[in-house]
Design a protein around this ligand. Structure first.
Ligand code: SF4
Length: 336
């Protein structure tokens, strides 16, 4: 049975739309089907480019993966794995993934085999674009991966977890990378994807969002707003799908690059109303670039509705090659 390009809403999807509509078009529409040999060459190229990651994103992905493995191990064995072993494992994954990307093995090896993700599969932006990967930046990334894991071990959340029943833990499954958490909103699928959820003995229910933000390196207001929106979606999901009550619900943001510091959020009925209207407005916005606004068919309007931007950021955009790179062998051109 053929896959269908399903319309859905998520915080990151709307964020991409706001950043650059042309990029959104490439990511969600042009690249669709690009994994097939018979697809047009520009779709195949878009599909490849879509999966590139910059260093900072790679760091976050690797730390998330290792933390999910630690939690799975704690759940099965009932004890915290040795920190030294985990740090060794982190370094090993870092090296193996880096090597995989540097050899451009992502061009020939599938990311998923037999329904399981190859965890060493990596396609770094710099490798694909043959840009220099300075030693200092690479070393800092390696160090931050280590710090992220140390942040988990130092976090005040760890002693809390050891007092709870692991049978009630829900850990993000990064080995299969499937969206199992969705909520239907006005006929549209909203993707949720929580990192981790657990229940305390007194019945309180916690949703955890692992962060890898270097303190002071981001625009704090923007980051706080984005994080708040993401947590709001989690809260909405917990109340409407899991049936949790607001009084029992806590949303925890744990910044692993800040010593595992925990920020706690609670949400009110007013917040839920706000999130409902935010999701509704987001869906409305994204459906305006669909044929007849039809989210079921999910056919994009012509590319002219997805204008490119003029920005210095274009050079570090995944789709630079098909969008703006001079002398590129594969360029996207608008029909007509
Ligand atoms: S290169 Fe620039 S205009 Fe083109 S998709 Fe990327 S961000 Fe948008």
């Amino acid at each position: 049975m053929a896959f269908k390009n399903r319309f859905g809403w998520s915080v990151s999807r709307e964020r991409l739309f706001e950043e650059c509509r042309r990029k959104y078009f490439f990511h969600y529409y042009l690249s669709w089907g690009g994994w097939q040999r018979t697809a047009p060459i520009v779709s195949r190229e878009a599909f490849k480019l879509k999966r590139l990651v910059p260093l900072a994103l790679w760091r976050g992905q690797l730390v998330h993966y290792i933390v999910s493995k630690i939690l799975q191990s704690m759940k099965v064995k009932g004890r915290i794995p040795d920190k030294g072993d985990v740090l060794d494992y982190t370094t090993k994954r870092f090296e193996t993934q880096l090597d995989f990307s540097a050899r451009k093995q992502y061009l020939t090896e599938p990311k998923k085999k037999g329904g399981r993700i190859n965890i060493d599969w990596l396609a770094l932006f710099e490798h694909e674009y043959d840009r220099p990967l300075e030693k200092g930046r690479l070393e800092r990334t390696r160090q931050e991966c280590i710090e992220g894991i140390e942040g988990f071990y130092a976090s005040p959340i760890l002693p809390v977890l050891t007092e709870t029943d692991p049978a009630a833990w829900t850990i993000e499954d990064l080995d299969h990378a499937e969206f199992s958490q969705v909520v239907e909103f006005e006929g549209v699928t909203v993707f949720v994807k929580t990192d981790f959820m657990f229940r305390r003995d007194e019945g309180k229910f916690d949703i955890v969002d692992w962060k890898t933000n270097r303190p002071g390196r981001n625009n704090l207001d923007t980051t706080a707003e984005k994080n708040r929106a993401q947590l709001g979606v989690y809260g909405y999901y917990a109340v409407t799908v899991l049936g949790e009550s607001l009084e029992n619900l806590r949303l925890l943001e744990v910044n692993l690059l800040d010593g595992g510091r925990v920020k706690e959020f609670t949400i009110t009925e007013d917040d839920l109303d706000y999130f409902r209207s935010r999701i509704g407005a987001g869906i409305e916005k994204l459906s305006q670039v669909l044929n007849n606004g039809n989210t079921e068919r999910n056919e994009p309007l012509p590319p002219g509705y997805f204008p490119p931007i003029e920005s210095s950021r274009c050079r570090s955009c995944n789709f630079y090659r098909i969008c703006k790179m001079e002398n590129s062998p594969v360029r996207f051109s608008e029909p007509g």
